[in-house]
Design a protein around this ligand. Sequence first.
Ligand SMILES: CSC[C@@H](O)[C@@H](O)C(=O)COP(=O)(O)O
Length: 314
Amino acid sequence: MEFVDWSDDGPAVVLLDQRALPGATSWLTLRTVDELVDAIRTLAVRGAPSLGIAGAYGAALACALDEPDAAERVATARPTAVPLALGVRRAMTRLDDGPAAVLAEARAVAAEAAVVNARATERAADLVQELHPGRTRALTLCNTGDLACGPGGSALGAILRLHDRGALTEVLACETRPLLQGARLTVWELDRAGAPHRLCVDSAGPAAIASGLVDAVLVGADRIAANGDTANKIGTYMLACAAARSGVPFLVVAPEETIDPATPTGADIVVEERGADEVRGIAGLEHTPVYNPAFDVTPFELITAVVTEKQVWR
Ligand SMILES: CSC[C@@H](O)[C@@H](O)C(=O)COP(=O)(O)O
């Protein structure tokens, strides 16, 4: 079973609950659109490409329940990642052909993700080896592996391709406050792959780059504007600044569909702001006002290349 999948026993969307990792491997069976929307908002399923797959299956669920209008609530459950709404809307193009056709389209979205990921990660691994011949010390943020993208991953997938090629020295995984996608999920995936890694706090990332401990930074993307400005997990921008200052390659690895022609520049990207308790809870605070953007925007000038299944956009 994939981490995000369909169950005919229901109908239902079945997914590995990413909130419970790494402590528990717990599967959710979501039988209503409300349950799926809640799972998306609370990050039981997350990562832009996986949201696309969940969105497509969410459309199938809405149609199977004879509530096709509810699909739009799935599409808008989170605002920043492009693939979520694309997955819903692509599956819904088959609405007139009935629920089975919508499900078939959703299954096609999921199947294509694996092909896209394989192409993008091979291309990105090739580029890392071109820019840094020899073995690479990679730094990454958030989680961009199979959990976030479906089979093959994106940025973390490219790092694991380097590992497969014997070209990886180690991965520095930034923990990714406040929800610790790096510490909980990336480390889980690196452990499973047997790839050498160390965990660092997010603010150690720029210091590691400046200290010469990093040969390449690889991150994913939630939305790439038409000019190349890229929204990704909060903390990406400081890594890009540090990489540019130190002359370290900074690669964004993502499906081509993440490039949004309808978003001219980073200033036009809607950045999701999340609840205060995600930040307050860590310090045991109850009432302090909080600024908690889920993403930041990295200007294209700081990005060495955006690598997709179709192109290396330098
Ligand atoms: C290939 S996944 C790319 C991005 O979706 C990822 O880096 C990220 O920022 C995920 O944020 P999240 O809030 O965990 O959904």
